[in-house]
Design a protein around this ligand. Sequence first.
Ligand code: I3P
Length: 131
Amino acid sequence: VSDYLTNFDIRVLQQGVLHKTKLTENGKKIRKNWTSSWVVLTDLFLFLFKESTTKMSAAAGGSPTGTNKPELCVDLNGATIEWAAVKSSRKGVFQVSTLLGVQLLLQDEDETNAVVWFNEIKRAILRLPCG
Ligand code: I3P
């Protein structure tokens, strides 16, 4: 995991590469732009790092310069998650929406793996006060 997280006492529940695209930005619908991210699920947040920030490169290059900061922090408290087959031509796509209006599609072509991610994120959401 990134140095960003090892600075805190954060429990990592699951991590790996997923495809992601935002659906909205500041409440407005935006054009999809699918890219890969290194996704780290913790109790409170889903952190998305640029894909080059894998476990190993983070350990090797972790520095206080901020290069390892996540590109997106998704607040799971009050978030919702649902399968989103109708929102994409891709397989294994689900949507995470936050209380503050961030809408994200996440995808793993390996649908078994997509189900694992979906269930883990759902479980984390349900454990939280607004879940
Ligand atoms: C979009 C791009 C996306 C696709 C989206 C297209 O075209 O091909 O990958 O989403 O479909 O509009 P462009 O590159 O011109 O923006 P999926 O891969 O999720 O299907 P959509 O318009 O049906 O969302």
